[in-house]
Ligand binder design. Structure first.
Ligand code: ZN
Ligand code: ZN
Length: 346
């Protein structure tokens, strides 16, 4: 199994889950926990919503992979560099199960401490939260938890007091590196201003980088139903120049520029250097250009990474040696797990 693919699967899994995790209220959490213990889970519960997303994503991964007979033809297109594939669904499913295992082990550790002096209710609730979030199948362990739940309802009732519940969620997210990165990079749908961060993932080859890109974009597409803006994914494979890429009209970068356009026009006349300085941003409906309808300028030029300040972006980087570019202040994390670890612990 390729480490780059494992990480792409992990990012995708976290992208699919993050909005659901953010939105689950203490009441919904409690209802969902009760639902897990039933033979037939409720339709409206978190687990159900999550599984819908995961199944949609998985079937798209399956569609993307060529069947036996078609594989030769597809390999050709892949070699031509025009088309490339997502990761294998089996890898995604493995990553998913891995998360469930981890969460189960964490809860098991905490359950052992129940009724002992080392028991810590906060830690227990973080483990319980994680177990519910990743919960996959009803088994022997679920029955054990159910028994304990009926005997110790007080401990299992998640603290609903605002701050405590937020802290439990936060502590849970912090346990998983990728989830923390995704939580950081994706702007909550409710957010009113653009204060995104740039995160960088280094991949080991262009081919794997393309696969990473396609997979993560698919996860974003699946998670953000009607293509609501969440974050950008950009590839930088060595010979990449933001300026050239912008001229080529790369889709993602086009949206980047639209979002980054300012109300105030920063255009300067090329001969007189007279600044325009109007506050007039307006686009024709349905127009895909970036030129303001009122003053006929593009209000802000985006040529360098540092011009992308506050844009939420996941940058997939495949380059040797040092980074020549200056990254914006909002760049605060480089995921080097693929390059420096023999096996990826998620
Ligand atoms: Zn204008
Ligand atoms: Zn102008």
């Amino acid at each position: 199994m390729e480490l780059d693919d494992v990480l792409a699967a992990d990012y995708s899994y976290c992208i699919l889950l993050i909005e659901l995790i953010r939105n689950i209220t203490p009441k919904e959490f409690q209802e969902n926990l009760a639902s897990i213990f039933k033979d037939v889970p409720d339709q409206s519960c978190y687990t159900r919503k999550r599984d819908d997303l995961i199944n949609q994503f998985a079937s798209k991964l399956l569609e993307d992979r060529p069947t036996e007979s078609k594989s030769d033809e597809n390999m050709q297109t892949q070699k031509g560099g025009k088309d490339f594939l997502c990761i294998d669904n089996a890898i995604f499913q493995n990553v998913r199960s891995y998360h469930q295992e981890q969460a189960r082990e964490r809860l098991e550790d905490q359950l052992k401490k129940l009724d002992t002096p080392t028991f810590d209710k906060k830690k227990f609730q973080v483990a319980l939260f994680g177990w519910v979030i990743h919960f996959e199948k009803n088994d022997e362990f679920t029955r054990r938890v159910k028994d304990l739940y009926q005997k110790n309802k007080e401990v299992f009732n998640i603290d609903t007091k605002g701050q405590r519940y937020t802290d439990t969620k936060k502590a849970f997210i912090e346990q998983y590196e990728t989830l923390q990165i995704v939580e950081d990079v994706i702007i909550p749908k409710k957010a009113d201003s653009l204060k995104g961060k740039m995160k960088i993932v280094r991949v080991t080859s262009i081919e794997k980088g393309n696969r990473f890109y396609k997979t993560v974009c698919l996860a974003r597409h699946t998670a953000s139903k009607n293509e609501q803006y969440m974050f950008e994914v950009i590839r930088d494979f060595g010979n990449f120049k933001l300026k050239t890429e912008l001229k080529k009209g790369n889709d993602a970068l086009f949206r980047v520029r639209r979002v980054l356009q300012t109300k105030k026009c920063h255009h300067k006349d090329p001969t007189t250097f007279e600044p325009c300085q109007r506050r007039c941003m307006k686009y024709n409906p349905g127009d895909s250009g970036l030129v303001c309808k009122n003053c006929n300028h593009m209000h802000k030029q985006i040529n360098l990474y540092k011009d992308m300040k506050h844009l939420p972006v996941l940058l997939i980087l495949q380059r040797r040696g040092r980074l020549g570019d200056t990254f914006p202040d909002s760049f605060n994390c480089m995921d080097l797990r693929i390059c420096y670890r023999k096996d990826v612990s998620i």
